[in-house]
Design a protein around this ligand. Structure first.
Ligand SMILES: NC(=O)c1ccc[n+]([C@@H]2O[C@H](COP(=O)([O-])OP(=O)(O)OC[C@H]3O[C@@H](n4cnc5c(N)ncnc54)[C@H](O)[C@@H]3O)[C@@H](O)[C@H]2O)c1
Length: 273
């Protein structure tokens, strides 16, 4: 029987995290590196990806930054090529890149479109990054995994792929109406479908595909938003950005060897009532 600490040990494994420079993406990179993996930080924001990789290297890990656009097949192929070129294998793919219109001050202007007026262009952009991006990265990453005879894919979803957003929490008295956009929910629900498809497609191939579904993560949101969001959550608060790390490590490591096609929900109980 494998000893408990070894279950979570990722020494000699190689991981790609798309959107690795994001709020949660960075946490996923740090977690995988701390567990011993060599981490490829892949992001369309090359400078930010380099900063994360530098941070990992400073902490004693092996890491590489790759500028990658998950919507571009050539860029995705180059991401996998660079990984294999550097580390000669690929064990873990974390599909974290997404257009995620959060309700923090940085994204304040992205929530004004009602469903009736929701622009086709934004719908298409979200499909391309959030869903086609997961399709393309998974397609490219499973090739070396099949050759190795092992691999793990983790798709980052959202509670809004499981349940419709409660639009009431986005409204403020005296302000124009705001909405969690339709494309976010639909693409995240699609990623769950893709997760199950890939898990069963690779039956017998030792490639496990699971989803991780976070709830809302605090990121300097305004007090009023934190209050209404928290009231709607069983644990009575938003998540801290490092509260997905244990779940991510569980799915990435041998601690979850009997798990595929599943969705690990870490949402403070949001979807429980
Ligand atoms: N933060 C939350 O509250 C929360 C909650 C539930 C689910 N999620 C999901 O978790 C995942 C990670 O979230 P996050 O907080 O790190 O998001 P984030 O917005 O902070 O980061 C997303 C990253 O993806 C990158 N990106 C965007 N388009 C890209 C493209 N075409 N190619 C490559 N990279 C691209 C961005 O540069 C950014 O670094 C996302 O899938 C998100 O939908 C987040």
């Amino acid at each position: 029987m494998v000893k408990l600490p070894e279950l979570f040990d990722l020494k000699s494994r190689v991981a790609i995290v798309t959107g690795g420079a994001g709020l949660l993406g960075t946490q996923f990179c740090i977690t995988l590196a701390e567990a011993g993996a060599r981490v490829v930080v892949a992001d369309i924001n090359a400078e930010a990806a380099q900063a994360v990789a530098d941070q990992l290297v400073k902490g004693g890990a092996e890491a590489l930054a790759v500028s990658a656009d998950v919507t571009d097949p050539q860029s995705v192929a180059q991401m996998v090529f660079a990984t294999q070129d550097a580390y000669s294998r690929l064990d873990i793919l974390v599909n974290s890149a997404a257009l995620d219109p959060k309700f923090d001050p940085q994204h304040a202007k992205q929530h004004t479109n009602s469903f009736e007026d929701y622009p086709l262009e934004i719908w298409n952009q979200a499909l391309e990054v959030n869903l086609t991006g997961v399709f393309l990265c998974s397609q490219a990453a499973v090739k070396p995994m099949l050759e190795q005879g092992s691999g793990v894919v983790i798709n980052i979803c959202s509670t809004y792929g499981l349940a419709g957003p409660d639009q009431r929490i986005y409204q403020r008295e005296g302000q124009s109406p705001a909405y969690k956009p339709v494309a976010y929910s639909v693409t995240k629900a699609g990623v769950l479908g893709l997760t199950k498809y890939l898990a069963t497609y690779y039956a017998g191939k030792n490639i496990r595909v699971n989803a991780l579904t976070p709830g809302g993560v605090f990121n300097d949101h305004e007090d009023e938003f934190v209050k209404v969001y928290s009231a709607r959550t069983v644990l009575g608060r938003m998540a801290e950005k490092d509260e997905m790390n244990g779940a991510l490590l569980f799915l990435a490591s041998d601690a979850s060897t009997y798990m595929t096609g599943a969705n690990l929900v870490v949402d403070g109980g949001w979807t429980a009532w």
